[in-house]
Design a binder for this molecule. Sequence first.
Ligand code: FRU
Length: 433
Amino acid sequence: MNERAAGVPGTPAWTREQAERVERTDEVVAPIIYPRREDDVPDVHGWDTWVLRERDGSIASVDGWRVIFSLTAPSDMLPGKRHDVAEIRYFYSRDGKNWIDGGPVFDRETCLGSRQWAGSALLDDGQVYVFYTAAGRAVEEELSYHQRLAVGAGGSIRADDDGLAIDGPWEHEILLRPDGERYEREEQYRGMIYTFRDPWFFEDPATGETWLLFEANTPVPEGSDACGGDPEKQEFNGSIGIARSPTGDPTDWVLEDPLLDAVCVNQELERPHVVPRDGRYYLFFSSHDHTFAPGLEGFDGLYGFVADSLRGEYRPLNGSGLVVANPANAPYQAYSWLAFPHGEELLVSGFFNYYDLGPLTIDDVGHLPREEQLAKFGGTLTPTLRLTIEGDRTRIVDSLEHGHVPLEDEELPPLDTDRVGDRTAAGRYRRRF
Ligand code: FRU
């Protein structure tokens, strides 16, 4: 029987067979993360973060400043409630380590949705485009999980030695809605969390074509014979969607068939993004332990695939797709990872979530006293992980400071081979944590 039998024929798949190989190995387990300093209490809760980039994907440097955008919420708010009020702020830095809060990017009154979820940001011809998820409707009595891909276009950016400012007026526009055939609409969804979100801009260096990736779900109608007809497994229908801009205009998109799907495997392939390298396409996304289909065990972490062209055939990295996993004794310490290239290395920055939970699960956190929920929440960026990447294999070998986003030409501390360990015959490093 066809395992999948749903979705768009020909779409590369993350199969159950591959996902069954997901395992915590030396290559993929991140070090334990603690706050940078004990008194390091951020002014706002921050989570999903992305970097202002040029069209070619390089990190933008504006008069020596670089810029990141984060979803944020007031720091006295229960961390579990933050998604309901998320607001995009920007932060700027000269050294890529210490970030100054520039404030909210948009005016709450004019941006789309009742709150804004993750996206990406492009600096093109002096104009700033902030792609985001319009979550909910501007006016709604009850919080909804309606999601559309949106952009704030036309932002200006000014910088001098004292700082940097990003200003409107922004032109807000809904760019894409699901079509119900390749991408599930809200009324079709049968799973745990509906998704059509997290737009990520990408220009293919080989073809010059302009793309927008996003997280979605593949429609799997009731009674379908997908997943051997198992209705429970059918609820796990995550996909990575893609749209093309026929003109290169960052506000002009046409939906295309998905890049990858995970029907019968996983429900949420979050914040997908591509790192082109040596003529290959490395496709990354984040996922969670609880979004794997029954019979599969996975972890909160970064997952990745590689292909020789943007459209696949995609092979899972490290055999299973797992690239970064939280350690077994801190399974919820981080997620929402973003991978970016640095010379031969791959750097991966994530969101520092709950730590010091002991045996508690993520579901227990909401029952803890308020002060404890706040005390155990990172609410900021993780240390940046350094990975080697060779063909279909990756390996975590070191880490940088919390929130460090180096420019491509910035020299990083040498990987200390004594501490890292000898290079083996296979030319890989031993992990130093
Ligand atoms: C991942 C995520 C994103 C979404 C955001 C909402 O961390 O679920 O997919 O845009 O959080 O807060």
